[in-house]
Design a protein around this ligand. Structure first.
Ligand code: ES4
Ligand code: ZN
Length: 319
């Protein structure tokens, strides 16, 4: 579906399609424990967030050079453009690369080779959001922010991702304070698998402007009322929720009720190579499976520009 939209919840490493993974493995002499793309695709039957993350981190081994990150980003941007994405705020996970000996500079410079010319080449404006891995230590997050200092002109904000349960937002208070002092915008995954209290904590302790996922807010009427009152955007990822079994089937997704409640919802693809679709595919899926009409789909597209870290004139051009 090609309704113009902004994508606000997209992990660039989660756009690694099996074909590109094998191409990069061959180029870099990296052995993958799968014979071919169809065997790899069979590994995409996930039980929960952790079972997905295991494969997501394993496949990153093929990303080694600036050119790899450039190719990865260009492949995403081409697919996103074909599905109506006009603006993309792109997450990346530097700690997952640094741990493999691939430095911050390789990742950011490589991504920038694609993002720097994305408006001309793909018709998509872009921003980068650097995520901290919440299952790593608070000290590691602080070191990562330090390593990013030479590249802050290319990074709009910070986020928090990876295994949620047992790693509450409060663990990252200090690094979020430091990020805010550097002028960085703040978002965090919360309420994907974790409880509604993690959403409250992300708002109160980390000072985030948007909640990534936020799905489990529906368990707390008090929290829903607050999110509605304060117009806090939620970056929902419907196909991701089905694949990671947060909801049983898409027809059970609370998105329609969340819109009816007045929540500022957006629809995004999360890790599209793993979860069965890009931004337009997510819009199409909620249209078909949740029976959302034209008005609701336009509202979701409008919300995506309202919730973006865009200047107002860019926002108007994006519509
Ligand atoms: C992620 Cl779906 C999801 N949740 C948390 N962390 C992530 N990293 C990449 N995809
Ligand atoms: Zn995510």
């Amino acid at each position: 579906m090609s309704l113009p939209k902004a994508e606000l919840h997209l992990h660039i490493e989660g756009t690694l399609e099996p074909e590109l993974a094998f191409e990069l493995a061959a180029r870099n002499g990296v052995e993958l424990p799968y014979a071919a793309t169809d065997e790899l695709r069979k590994a995409y039957a996930f039980e929960d967030l952790q079972s997905f993350l295991n494969l997501y981190y394993e496949l990153m081994a093929v990303l080694r050079t600036e050119r790899d990150f450039e190719d990865l980003a260009n492949a995403y941007l081409a697919r996103a453009a074909a599905q109506g994405v006009r603006h993309a705020e792109i997450f990346f996970d530097p700690q997952a690369h640094i741990a493999r000996g691939v430095g911050m500079g390789t990742v950011v410079e490589g991504l920038w080779r694609a993002l720097g010319s994305s408006v001309e080449n793909h018709g998509i404006s872009t921003q980068l959001i650097m995520c901290f891995l919440r299952d790593e230590s608070a000290e590691s997050a602080l070191e990562t922010l330090e390593a990013a200092k030479p590249y802050l002109d290319r990074i709009v904000g910070v986020g928090l991702d990876s295994a949620e349960v047992g790693h509450p937002p409060v663990k990252f208070r200090e690094v979020y304070e430091a990020a805010a002092a550097l002028g960085l915008r703040r978002v965090a995954h919360a309420g994907e698998e974790g409880p509604p209290s993690y959403i409250v904590e992300a708002l109160d302790v980390l000072g985030v402007e948007r909640i990534d996922h936020g799905l489990r807010c529906v368990e707390s009427p008090e929290l829903v009322a607050r999110l509605v009152r304060d117009r806090v955007p939620l970056t929902l990822c419907p196909l991701s929720n089905v694949r990671l079994r947060t909801v049983d089937v898409l027809g059970d997704h609370p998105l329609p009720a969340m819109l009816d409640a007045g929540l500022l919802c957006t629809v995004n693809s999360d890790d599209p190579a793993y979860f069965g679709g890009y931004a337009g595919d997510n819009f199409e899926a909620v249209r078909v499976e949740l029976g959302l009409g034209e008005e609701r789909l336009r509202e979701l597209a409008r919300n995506s520009f309202l919730a973006a870290f865009l200047e107002h004139d860019e926002e108007l051009r994006g519509r």
